[in-house]
Design a protein around this ligand. Structure first.
Ligand code: DGY
Length: 328
């Protein structure tokens, strides 16, 4: 136990989180948190992290050596309320023997659900159609007006066949695509067989898919993997959906592909930067649906994510194994 002979360990939370998480932490620790609005400013984080034993952070907080230096030797655990951890300087954190907890699993269903919703909203032009209906563009039912590609008989490509990618594939299967193909670093044979998906290389994913749904984590290897060359290999009817991280896409190349109709459309829940500035060309494109990073935004999911962070912090203070430790 780290703290048995000490006063309560201290936790800094970079947002006001749910009551369940706060209540649990309050029973065991001294809790302070940023009350907003918005993400904690870096200057506040630097000030508040000093001497804390735990940090409970969000994907909007960049945790690097400057923050860790300021925290000092007390810091034993960082719990991020996300499954993605590209905002954490993992090697620096590990070097200092600080544990990392994250929230895999609990958000898989919510994120897969959103990916499917976004795919359909993009292909069947839901936002554009709604806009037409409310602004007088709907003059009469017309045979080919507001049409888009259907899933039935199509080839669905999943880039990143981890937990979320697999759940997206499972949810798309009842729409009767002809094939579900996936690109993934490791084979995932058993899971693929269960779903009826075939593993392909990246080029085949690009050239064969009618729909591409991205659920890759952002790493140096996946950074801007969807670049100009990749978009130029896609079908002109391809619908591209990204619910992972904006950084896996070369956004300029995507904008060009959409403007020049090299691909049919894109649905983005993530982009670079976030929030996307209002003057970004993506907002001007009718063939692009933009959501403000809401993949996991189901009420129960977010509560669970908060609670898992709290439980991990309590476990670390007790000297127990973490529930969801990031082991890299
Ligand atoms: C994550 O957890 O990394 C998602 O992007 C937000 O829930």
């Amino acid at each position: 136990r780290y703290y048995s002979n000490m006063s309560k360990p201290s936790v800094y939370i970079t947002r006001e989180v749910n009551k369940e998480a706060l209540d649990l932490l309050n029973t065991q620790c001294d809790v302070t948190f940023w009350t907003g609005p918005g993400p904690v400013p870096r200057s506040e984080l630097l000030k508040n992290i000093e001497n804390k034993h735990a940090l409970f952070c969000m994907l909007t907080d960049r945790i690097d050596s400057a923050i860790l230096d300021r925290a000092g030797n007390n810091l034993k655990i960082i719990a991020t309320m996300s499954v993605g951890y590209d905002h954490l300087d993992v090697p620096e954190i590990k070097k200092r023997n600080i544990k990392i907890a994250y929230t895999p699993g609990v958000l898989t269903d919510a994120t897969a659900e959103l990916a499917v919703a976004l795919l359909l909203a993009t292909s069947r032009r839901l936002l554009e159609a709604n806009e037409e209906a409310r602004t007088g563009g709907w003059q009469a039912w017309s045979p080919f007006w507001m049409c888009g590609p259907g899933l039935k008989g199509s080839t669905v490509g999943i880039a990143g066949f981890g937990r979320i990618g697999q759940e997206i594939a499972k949810r798309l299967k009842p729409f009767n695509p002809e094939r579900i193909i996936y690109y993934n670093r490791s084979e995932r044979k058993k899971e693929a067989e269960e779903i009826g998906a075939e593993r392909v290389n990246f080029d085949d994913l690009l050239t064969q898919s009618d729909f591409i749904s991205v659920s890759l984590s952002l790493t140096p290897e996946t950074k801007e993997m969807f670049n100009e060359a990749a978009f130029s290999k896609m079908k002109t009817n391809a619908v591209f959906v990204n619910t992972s991280r904006g950084g896996v896409v070369d956004q300029q190349a995507l904008i060009k592909a959409l403007q020049q109709k090299k691909i049919w459309g894109a649905g983005l829940d993530v982009m670079t930067p976030e929030p996307l500035p209002l003057d970004n060309p993506l907002f001007k494109l009718k063939n692009c649906v933009i959501l403000p990073h809401i993949g996991s935004a189901a009420v129960e999911t977010r509560k669970e994510m908060g609670l898992i962070c709290a439980k991990n912090i309590v476990a670390a203070f007790k000297g127990d194994p973490l529930l969801t430790e990031l082991k890299t």
